[in-house]
Write a protein that binds this ligand. Structure first.
Ligand code: GKE
Length: 344
């Protein structure tokens, strides 16, 4: 592994940025980091690698990205939390251009291994209608009824990788990420997911002195949230495994959104008045990861406790808001006072 050359696509994003660091730490020669965003908008930049800004929806850019590489980690996608996905189904579907051009370019360039970041959004919606959902097994993706837009593209691209794996020399590995959170990720602006959003809202309440928190849905929705360090470790294990089918990579610690808010309030040392927005983006009512397959195949599963991961995430967001965000907090309390509450 360590003398092989790797490229991380989507390296300017949350998980991609951590993956570049993780690979470097393990001694992998991460030669290239690629993202559509200009470098100044990347969450993390490692000077010791070649950092390139390319639009990977274009085939030629994908060929440039993979040239000379042995390993490709394909995490590039236009995505976010439910606040983004529910309102941008078309651009989520158009991720198929990146997925398709990336895997084709990797095969054409003689790449050895291709990792594709899929998502729990591929799972059949009818298995996620109750908060007390049974944890999702890999077979629960069929019959297919994934999240409209984003989930369909992920499921299609999983199958495309499977056929490349079967019919070419390109070895493909696919992980279904379950809601990943942690420092150096999106925490405001509309693409943020629940853990970062709730941390930000609690900090805003503390900084603005307005003891309210606006929660999407009724707070009974359930999820599991995987801390970024588990995500990076699991990604590496799956990439280097002989698992040639999509596999869950997620925490099995299920929590309600109200429970998530309880933990963040306890970290912040506050109790807030909860205001529920039943018309806000909700996604499925319940979702959890069944980790039997990853345990059976790898003898490992994500294990960082939500309370521990949230502490680190909260402290990082708090620092970010102290540094640059006070203006956003003032603007926010203004919104709250005027009652014009953004759903994000
Ligand atoms: N983003 C957000 N912001 N979600 C909130 C908020 C808030 O302020 N308040 C409550 N929620 C609730 C949402 O209504 C939803 O029921 C739950 O938290 C999780 O929302 P999320 O983190 O935005 O995203 P989901 O887990 O529903 O879906 C995500 O799943 C991932 C894979 O597990 C997708 O958006 C993708 O990021 C990805 O597929």
């Amino acid at each position: 592994m360590n003398n092989q050359k790797a490229v991380v696509c989507g390296a300017g994003g949350f998980i991609g940025g951590h993956l570049v660091k993780g690979l470097l730490k393990r001694g992998v020669q991460v030669v290239r980091a690629v993202d559509i965003k200009p470098l100044e908008d990347w969450f993390q930049v490692e000077d010791e690698v070649e950092n390139v800004s390319l639009d990977l929806s274009e085939k030629a850019s994908c060929s440039t990205a993979v040239e000379g590489m042995d390993l490709v980690y394909q995490l590039a996608a236009d995505m976010g939390g439910m606040g983004f996905i529910e309102k941008n189904r078309l651009s989520c579907m158009l991720n198929v251009l990146t997925s398709t051009h990336m895997v084709s370019a990797a095969k054409d360039a003689g790449v050895e291994r291709f990792f594709y970041a899929s998502s729990a959004c591929v799972y059949n919606a009818t298995r996620q209608t109750g908060a007390d959902v049974s944890a999702l097994k890999e077979s629960d993706a069929y019959p297919a009824l994934p999240e409209d837009g984003y989930g369909w593209e992920k499921l299609f691209s999983e199958r495309m990788c499977h056929h490349f794996d079967e019919e070419s020399n390109l070895t493909c590995r696919v992980a279904r990420y379950h809601n990943v959170y942690g420092p150096n990720g999106t925490w405001t602006g509309g693409r943020e997911k629940a853990p970062a959003a709730i941390c930000r809202k609690v900090i805003e309440a503390k900084m603005s002195g307005i003891p309210d928190i606006h929660i999407w849905g009724d707070g009974q929705q359930t999820r599991s949230f995987m801390y970024i360090d588990d995500c990076i470790q699991g990604t590496e294990l799956i990439m280097n495994s002989d698992i040639d089918e999509p596999i869950n990579l997620g925490s099995s610690e299920i929590v309600t959104i109200n429970g998530l808010v309880d933990i963040v309030e306890e970290i912040a040392g506050v109790r807030l008045k909860r205001i529920y927005h039943l018309d806000a983006p909700r996604g499925v009512m319940g979702r959890n990861s069944d980790n039997s397959l990853i345990m059976q195949r790898l003898g490992w599963e994500p294990s960082i406790r939500l309370r521990d991961g949230l502490e680190r995430t909260y402290r990082w967001i708090e620092k970010e808001m102290m540094v640059g965000g006070s203006a956003s907090v003032r603007a926010r309390s203004q919104e709250l006072h005027t009652g014009r509450v953004l759903t994000a």
